[in-house]
Design a protein around this ligand. Structure first.
Ligand code: F0G
Length: 462
């Protein structure tokens, strides 16, 4: 294998054909911008951001081949050639015969859960992503997270911290009754748990339990290629398999998946549901036609379907995946060397800073994660997102904050967008931040929405 040449720099395995300028800002400008945004980076214009680590979703750089495919998109309302190319590619990788396009991941979730869930139903998952949980709950059912205990320990280094706790899963099935569990979901990689992978052994274990109790098993497949590559690197018996072979094996144990193509299909918009059960598919298509569109385009243009088909090929390229995983670890290792406490080991798509450990001088009620997010922006125009008590905190009857279990800051890395020198720049920003960490200040919320407050909340320094 070419990329075992570990003594060499892992270069970006692409040449840059098209560029998007980054506007440089001064610290003084950023102070004004952040103040105007109410200390909330979601409210900052992207043109005022130097390095944007808000999300890896929909932010990928497309390849020349994807842009080329866009030009040949067939925009027929029904039976477009582009749909058949897309369908064939999904069938080839995922192995599910039925493929239903949607405009993004949460639209696939909405269709799945609104069909099969309802009051009195329970959906287990290693960890529900927030839109997944919201769609389960919106359908009247209860979302249950069954992550292993080791997955909850930020500093523990083990290979598969995204694994489902099989004992917990079986206990939930017994307690709630298999007839009340319409589906078991497994999120690969586990985004909300730090982008940690799930092992093939664990996938097999979930599958066996689902067979035993006759419960359908679905993947939340957003980052399936990154998960497949972690299996190749870390699980005995997989080193000589290709990412495609590993992905095929992963999905062979399941009955279907929801997918946000905005991650591991390397596109800016798109998603799908793929499955084996024709009866469910009929019901899904009925909702699809009302909410998304005709089953051969489902909320997407023909050109989007082309770009997804091409992206799914490219994402499984081993040189790409090697660069992807190594470049995330590069950022993680370098900021960890500076003494920044991070969630270990680094995940596939993001680096998570443990804000509580980095800023012990800021009480939880003053949101240490938000303080770091503000510091990153002021110091270097780096946009990150708080994943802690701003995002998941609630209040008790007396109005006291019930904090989230962890106070994290996520640096999500867009695919194929930034080079190693961009990463070096972010490391330098962290160096400065660590040097002045005592100067980071806590914040209080001055305005917030009743749900998903992190998007629009306004803050001021305490
Ligand atoms: N499932 C997971 C695991 C996700 O990470 C996301 C999106 C979705 C489902 C929903 O997909 O955005 O296409 O509707 N995650 C993005 C993020 C938004 O920033 O982590 P979507």
């Amino acid at each position: 294998m070419k990329n075992t040449e570990k003594y060499r720099t892992v270069i970006e395995p692409f040449k840059i054909k098209s560029v998007e300028p980054i506007r440089m800002t001064t610290r003084q400008e950023r102070e004004n911008i952040l103040a105007q945004a109410g200390l909330n980076p979601f409210m900052i214009k992207s043109q005022d951001v130097i390095i944007d680590f808000l999300t890896d979703s929909g932010t990928s750089a497309m390849s020349a081949a994807q842009w080329g495919a866009i030009m040949v998109g067939d925009e027929a309302y029904a039976g477009a050639r582009s749909f058949y190319r897309f369908q064939e590619k999904v069938q080839d990788i995922f192995g599910f015969p039925i493929v239903i396009p949607t405009h993004q991941g949460r639209a696939a979730e909405k269709i799945l859960f609104s069909t099969i869930c309802g009051p009195g139903k329970f959906v287990p998952n290693n960890t529900h992503f927030d839109t997944t949980r919201a769609n389960v709950e919106f359908a009247g059912a209860t979302a249950v997270d069954c992550l292993t205990e080791e997955g909850k320990d930020p500093s523990l280094i083990t290979p598969f911290k995204g694994n489902m706790d099989l004992e917990k899963l079986e206990a939930v099935i017994r307690e709630r009754g298999a007839e009340n569990i319409p589906v078991v979901m497994l999120t690969v990689t586990n985004n909300s748990g730090g982008g940690q992978p799930v092992s093939m052994k664990n996938i097999r274990g979930v599958s066996e339990l689902c067979r035993k109790y006759d419960i359908p098993f679905f993947f939340d497949a957003c980052r399936f290629a990154e998960n497949a590559y972690f299996i190749k690197l870390r699980e005995p018996g997989y080193a000589s398999k290709t990412p495609l072979e590993i992905a095929r094996e992963m999905f062979s144990y399941a009955d279907g998946c929801t997918m946000s193509a905005k991650k591991d299909a390397l596109v800016n918009m798109g998603g799908f549901i793929a499955l084996r059960n024709e009866e469910w598919a009929q019901q899904f298509r009925n909702i699809l036609i009302i909410t998304e569109g005709f089953p051969t385009y489902g909320g997407l243009s023909g050109r989007d379907l082309e770009a997804i088909a091409q992206g799914l090929d490219e994402v499984l390229d081993e040189d790409y995946l090697h660069y992807r995983i190594i470049s995330t670890a590069y950022l993680a290792d370098h900021i960890a060397e500076l003494g920044v406490p991070i969630l270990q080991p680094p995940g596939g798509h993001a680096v998570y800073v443990d804000a509580k450990a980095m800023c012990p001088h800021i009480p939880i009620e003053q949101y240490p994660g938000q303080a770091i997010v503000c510091g990153l922006y002021l110091e270097g125009g780096v946009r990150a997102v708080e994943i802690g008590s701003v995002m998941f905190g609630t209040y008790d009857e007396s109005g006291k904050l019930i904090p989230a279990p962890l106070e994290l800051v996520r640096l999500a890395i867009p695919r194929r967008v930034y080079t190693q020198s961009h990463m070096d720049y972010v490391v330098e920003v962290f160096e400065e931040l660590v040097r002045n960490r005592d100067a980071l200040r806590g914040v209080r919320i001055v305005k917030e929405a009743p749900v998903l407050r992190h998007f629009t909340a306004q803050f001021e320094y305490v």
